[in-house]
Design a protein around this ligand. Structure first.
Ligand code: NAD
Ligand code: WQD
Length: 334
């Protein structure tokens, strides 16, 4: 297949690009590099041995997007591009709505015009808000608590409306749980700018001595050790989920929604211990107040993806930490 990736130099985009190339697909990517670097493309070529076309383009720039669709023919588009920092979205809601929503509308208008039949969208478990029970299935009530999450929910609705008017297309909405880890080569991984917001990159920087101590946000949650529980999923497993979604799209039409998680939740302290085992030394931490907007626990029922896509996460927490640590060590100067 010929596949376009928006946000292709980003964390999940670059891992998916790698898996697509390894599987023999032809890939074109674009990114405005607002949260990634062009050298990621060289790393993907080093892993796969396969070149691919990259466009430096902003999805808010229709002319730049049109060039990509004029110069190539696509069987499918996987849409990763977007801003994703929850806290920043509260401070800068208009920036998030404009970038994520307008950017998606631009992309969809070209998909319609150039008759691309298959679309995969990066949604998030954040659309479930604070779930009433666990594990979370795809039919749980939806609701969000921040503008970032609202952009995901709004785009899901836009995609349903888009399908209603374009009944020949097939759309997969993938609700990711907590992607972590890195490619086992250590060539690509998560490279957040500034101080990380998310747990795994923060712990990795503490482990490397670049940050003083992990702040554990709350130890009084109603969980087994009082710290927050999440469904961490290895980014390579997540990437492979996109290949499965493309196969599903090729066989059908409609809007298909899947949780991509492992189905197992780990607490903050369990992740910390697993990272200590991976790096071979203790990692300092202190208990801090709960972070505003956080929920106690969240993990997926991934049964629908297993049944309909034939996909299940295979990499465990140990491998997530070992791969994150290998990436961190290789990139101490990032
Ligand atoms: P990322 O920031 O590493 O990648 C997103 C890429 O999109 C970046 O390279 C950025 O430069 C690019 N981008 C942003 N706005 C753009 C624009 N206007 N035009 C062109 N490129 C643009 O993030 P990621 O972790 O790889 O996330 C990919 C997608 O998955 C995002 O849509 C994100 O919301 C979603 N998601 C991520 C997580 C997570 O925890 N990482 C969880 C759930 C969903
Ligand atoms: C995980 C756990 C924290 C940092 C976010 C987004 C979500 C999705 C994935 C995009 C929680 C605790 C964290 C730290 C800590 N992204 N923690 N100290 O909040 O589950 O999800 O990323 O769609 O939308 O909200 O992930 O990694 O930030 O936190 O104690 O320094 O680690 O309280 O329990 P979260 P996270």
């Amino acid at each position: 297949m010929n596949i376009l990736l928006s946000g292709g130099t980003g964390y999940i985009g670059s891992h998916t690009c790698t898996e697509l190339l390894n599987a023999g697909h032809s890939v074109v990517t674009f990114d405005n590099l607002s949260n990634s670097e062009e050298k990621v493309n060289d790393a993907v070529v080093r892993i796969t041995g396969k070149p691919f076309k990259f466009y430096l383009a902003d999805m808010l720039d229709m002319d730049a997007l049109r060039v990509i669709f004029e110069e190539n023919t696509f069987d499918a588009v996987i849409h990763f591009a977007g801003l994703k920092a929850v806290g920043e979205s509260v401070q800068l809601p208009l920036k998030y709505y404009h970038n994520n929503i307008t950017g998606t509308l631009n992309l969809l208008s070209l998909i319609e015009e150039y008759h691309v039949k298959s679309f995969v969208f990066s949604s998030s478990a954040t659309v479930y808000g604070d779930p009433a029970s666990l594990p979370i299935t795809e039919d749980f009530p939806l609701g969000t608590t921040n503008p970032y999450g609202s952009t995901k929910l709004m785009i899901e609705q836009i995609l349903k409306d888009f399908y209603a008017a374009n009944s020949g297309v097939s759309i997969s909405i993938l609700r990711y749980f907590n992607p972590v880890g890195a490619h086992e080569s250590g060539e690509i991984g998560e490279n957040p700018k500034g101080i990380p917001n998310n747990l795994m990159p923060y712990i990795a920087k503490v482990a490397a001595g670049q940050l003083e101590a992990l702040n554990v946000f709350g130890d009084r949650y109603p969980t087994r050790d009082g710290t927050g529980i999440r469904d961490y999923i290895h980014v390579v497993d997540l990437a492979i989920g996109h290949l499965k979604a493309l196969e599903k799209n090729a066989d059908t039409t409609g809007v298909h929604i899947y949780n991509l998680g492992t189905g197992t939740g780990y607490s903050v302290l369990e992740v910390l211990r697993a990272m200590e085992a991976a790096c071979g030394h203790t990692i300092p931490y202190k208990i801090a107040p709960p972070r505003s907007g956080d929920i106690a626990a969240c993990y997926a029922d991934p049964g629908k993806a297993q049944k309909e896509l034939g996909w299940a996460a295979e990499r465990d927490l140990k491998q997530m930490c070992e791969d994150a640590w290998r990436w961190q060590k290789k990139n101490l100067n990032l």
